[in-house]
Design a protein around this ligand. Structure first.
Ligand SMILES: NC(=O)c1ccc[n+]([C@@H]2O[C@H](COP(=O)([O-])OP(=O)(O)OC[C@H]3O[C@@H](n4cnc5c(N)ncnc54)[C@H](O)[C@@H]3O)[C@@H](O)[C@H]2O)c1
Length: 267
């Protein structure tokens, strides 16, 4: 018996990348998993594979930035899996065409990034909380970013969305602590996903850039989706029962390294 046997977890953006790693980790821990994604075909393919491995998984299709979709994805999940214990707000976008100054950014680009990355987390939480309450408590995990703590140039909307995600995490944690609903955030460093590879392709040689980005992390590599999945499962587990309103950097030491110290590490 796994700790999550009989429990249900919904992972937004669960079809691939970090979300895919989180889905796999919860499924391996015994949870029934709902793969919630705009890419219905990719979600269905992952669910088919998990089901073939004897896991319990369903796919629900929708856009987290739409209130109607968010509500329906939660309802379909609770109906199919008999309730909901864990929500992982992972879906997020960082379009390569959006790297620009605030002056250059058009309103629609700003709105789309904030809508998916921040409003989507609010909407999914809004509709999931009654389901968590019905179970006597639960866990919400928001995937933010190290970019919620420190910024890089040319990402005004993305940086703001991730800082907002960390603030939303603290607020929800306070508002629902009395109902045994814990709310936590994970700040990934660079993780090898379709999103990161797309960014690498836009700016140079894909493998070379991932190698370079990995070398900038004190642990000397980029992370893998499974690295985030393992931490998400821990945060949702009884072992983390006294944690709420907090973030965890899963970044190979990136946030520990001062900008002034880059290049001074002993090899
Ligand atoms: N990859 C990294 O280096 C990195 C670093 C820090 C934070 N993050 C964050 O981690 C999360 C996942 O990133 P990733 O790299 O795995 O991305 P990805 O693009 O590789 O995968 C994202 C998944 O989310 C889905 N998705 C996108 N928009 C959606 C929407 N509106 N509604 C529902 N599903 C949607 C996509 O179809 C896809 O399956 C994002 O929030 C991202 O900001 C990623």
């Amino acid at each position: 018996m796994g700790e999550f046997d009989g429990r249900a977890a919904l992972v937004t953006g669960g079809a691939m990348g970090i979300g895919g790693g989180i889905v796999e980790a919860f499924a391996a821990a015994g949870a029934a998993v709902s793969v919630a994604d705009v890419d219905a075909a990719a979600a269905a393919a992952l669910v088919e594979r998990l089901t073939a491995e004897g896991r319990r998984a369903i796919a629900v299709a929708g856009d987290v930035s739409s209130a109607a979709d968010a509500q329906r994805m939660v309802q379909e999940t609770a109906a199919a899996l008999g309730g909901l214990d864990v929500l992982v707000n992972n879906a997020g976008i960082q379009p390569t065409a959006s790297y620009m100054t605030a002056e250059a950014m058009d309103e629609a680009t700003w709105d789309r990034i904030i809508d998916v990355n921040l409003k989507g987390q609010f909407l999914m939480a809004k509709y999931a909380i009654p389901q968590l309450r019905a179970r006597g408590g639960g866990v919400i995990i928001n995937v933010a970013s190290v970019q919620g703590l420190q910024s890089q140039p040319l990402v005004p909307a993305y940086a703001a969305s991730k800082g907002g995600s960390l603030s939303l995490t603290r607020n929800l944690a306070l508002d629902y602590a009395a109902e045994n609903i814990r709310v936590l955030a994970i700040n990934p460093g660079t993780i090898d996903t379709p999103l990161a590879r797309g960014a690498a392709r836009a700016f140079g040689d894909e493998d070379e850039l991932l190698q370079t980005w990995g070398a900038a992390h004190p642990l000397g590599r980029v992370g893998m989706p499974a690295d985030i999945g393992a931490v998400a499962v821990f945060l949702a587990s009884g072992g983390a029962s006294f944690m709420t309103g907090e973030w965890v950097n899963v970044d190979g030491g990136y946030m520990a390294l001062g900008a002034w110290a880059v290049g001074t590490q002993a090899d």
